[in-house]
Design a protein around this ligand. Structure first.
Ligand SMILES: [Zn+2]
Length: 618
């Protein structure tokens, strides 16, 4: 069947689109952070002050607020620990000898983050710690449209690195400081989101950060935000050809980050720090360990990072900050505001791959910032989709279908019987396997398959418009569907509901191919519950190729011919409830070499075998 192999995969990258109209009116809370923090690099303990100016843009009066204290998850008996001990397929990084690494942490190795004092506009408030969440009963309610100032002193201890953040990573990075400060929980049109830190994910309030970090002067720091005092700091941030003289044992780094919902930093005494200026884009920073085995890869990574930045800016929307930093740290790859933490001991392809994925999150996790706990597939899936396209281009892979891995993963999940709907909360999947495939693979297929349904140009236009209309707005599933509907003129509710809220599968088949006088009668059947429109390729014995298109009635629309150099016949709609569908080929049966449903293989049909009819060998 080689000659039928997805030979018609058409280019994804359409033109550019200029869209202006805002068609969504979500309100957003706003919070400005001013923090002053001192870190003891020997004990990994830190303390700080936090002044938070919170603007209530909601229509509601708020009488309490919540903070995340993520580091409390890294203690024996925490929800994260207990979940780790009970889930069937725990994250291997968090286990040692089949046991939870959290369970065996000593007092000096655990993580913690505690509020010591808290006032609202100068008045003390009542606060209680419930695991990783601080519940605060306000001294006086914040009216709709009102503003309040919350001032806190806090103390923390950086845990041994178990997951994402922590001290002394496997690769020897001293401080991977993510999820490290008391972070105000988001309140949006769905209400509060005080999700306990069990495994994943994150949601936050946009605002301006002003952060001062004081630590041992030998440590180089990178992360979210622009350094405001480079001439006092040096460490590669100083102006070219200038010298910086420091005195004392510590340095105080002053960062500002506008309009972000998170603030990460990392520090190590052995970081190499390279600055890469893009011609027409943000300044890129690279911080990585001085390991002779990987320095060359980290140098080669730098122009590839610039290419990825340009690719995403062109295909999704303009990157809205002047800086992006790729920093060695953490335990794999994780996205943060204006930056990422990735492990560094990798082959070049893997290093570029993880950078591209984490950087793509800047658009989906950070600027669009869908609530990842509830709609994980809109973040991990869309990020996987666009980074697969990016890798195909910047690494010259030229795969016809760069998403094949996602389809393989999805089919494996369906066959395992462990699939749960994508609308499941990220922490509540029975297995990590079901979460991973639903979020990353099935989420990526949501878009690649949408391209099959509405056409590739319309898909790229949808992604562009979605970004422009919903940046800094926390979009929800209906928003990507509505955007695709507006761009394509088709009705797509069936696609959103079946694909994301159920485990219905797609299975169409060619039931029979029979002679019908001078013509050939083809009967197809719908075996799965999920509806789809169909592209059908017909190959004649003489090598001719033509296509047929069967629109789905409930779409009320037809896509453009995806194979413009082949003759296409648009057939009658297939109303979903009908289990079978017949059409006639204008050629006798003996001239038919093969018939194939969806030659692009972008439709996630769970049984590909029955998609093909091949004439008997003579
Ligand atoms: Zn990701």
């Amino acid at each position: 069947m080689k000659h039928l192999k997805s030979i018609f995969f058409s280019a994804f990258l359409g033109g550019s689109f200029f869209l202006t109209a805002q068609n969504n009116t979500y309100w957003q809370q706003h919070v400005d952070y001013t923090m002053d923090v001192e870190m003891d690099v020997k004990t990994f303990q830190y303390s700080g002050t936090q002044k938070l100016v919170y603007t209530n843009n909601s229509p509601d009066e708020l009488s309490r607020v919540f903070y995340h204290l993520y580091y409390n998850a890294f203690q024996p008996g925490s929800e994260m620990d207990i979940r780790l001990q009970n889930i069937k397929d725990p994250d291997k990084r968090m286990m040692e000898d089949d046991k939870s690494r959290i369970a065996s942490l000593s007092e000096t190795e655990i993580g913690y983050l505690h509020a010591k004092s808290l006032t609202q506009d100068g008045q003390p408030v009542t606060f209680t710690e419930e695991g990783t969440i601080l519940v605060v009963d306000l001294a006086k309610p914040i009216p709709s449209g009102g503003k309040t100032t919350l001032e806190m002193t806090f103390e923390g201890q950086v845990p041994e690195q178990i997951r994402r953040a922590g001290r002394n990573s496997k690769e020897g990075v001293a401080l991977s400081m993510s999820q490290w400060y008391p972070k105000l929980s988001e309140y949006d049109f769905e209400g509060w989101h005080p999700n306990p830190y069990i495994a994943r994910e994150f949601h936050g309030v946009w605002g301006d950060f002003d952060v001062k970090l004081t630590l041992d002067k030998d440590y180089t720091v990178g992360g979210t935000g622009y350094l405001r005092n480079p001439q006092e700091i040096g460490h590669g941030y100083e102006a070219p050809d200038t010298k910086v003289k420091t005195k004392g044992k510590t340095l105080t780094w002053h960062f500002k980050a506008p309009n972000v919902h998170d603030f990460m930093w990392a520090a190590d005494p052995e970081y190499i720090h390279d600055v890469y200026e893009m011609e027409d884009g943000p300044t890129l920073h690279f911080l990585y360990k001085d390991n002779p085995d990987f320095i060359e890869n980290w140098k080669k990574l730098q122009p590839k990072t610039a290419e990825a930045m340009a690719f995403f800016s062109k295909n999704v929307g303009k990157y809205p900050y002047d800086q992006y930093s790729v920093i060695q740290g953490g335990d794999g790859g994780m996205e943060y505001a204006m930056s990422t933490l990735i492990t560094g001991g990798r082959e070049l392809g893997s290093l570029v791959g993880v950078m591209a994925h984490e950087m793509a999150h800047s658009w989906f996790q950070h600027v669009l910032a869908t609530n990842e706990s509830e709609h994980e597939w809109m973040d991990e899936g869309f990020t996987s989709f666009i980074s697969s396209l990016c890798m195909n281009e910047i690494m010259d892979r030229n795969k016809e279908n760069p998403f094949q891995g996602s389809y393989r993963g999805y089919f494996a999940l369906v066959n395992s019987g462990l699939e749960m709907p994508q609308s499941t909360h990220a922490d509540r999947y029975t297995t990590n396997f079901a979460y991973g495939v639903a979020a990353y693979s099935k989420g990526s297929i949501f878009l690649s398959q949408l391209g099959y349904i509405i056409g590739q140009d319309k898909l790229m236009e949808t992604i562009h418009k979605y970004f422009e209309d919903f940046k800094f707005k926390h979009p929800v599933p209906n928003d990507i569907k509505r955007t695709a509907e507006k761009v394509s003129g088709m009705e797509l509710n069936w696609y959103l509901t079946d694909w994301t809220q159920t485990t219905n599968t797609i299975d169409y088949g060619i039931k029979s191919v029979e002679t019908d006088g001078e013509n050939t009668k083809v009967t197809m059947e719908r075996i799965g519950e999920m509806p789809m429109p169909l592209d059908i390729l017909v190959v004649g014995k003489d090598g001719t190729q033509e296509t047929y298109y069967v629109p789905l009635r409930m779409m009320y629309g037809e896509k453009d011919n995806p194979y413009p150099n082949l003759k296409r016949t648009v057939l009658e709609d297939w109303p979903w409830a009908y289990p079978t569908y017949e059409f006639t080929l204008d050629m006798p049966l003996e001239n038919v070499e093969a018939i194939m449903i969806d030659p692009s293989q972008l439709m996630a049909d769970v049984d590909g075998e029955n998609n093909v009819y091949q004439a008997e060998e003579e």
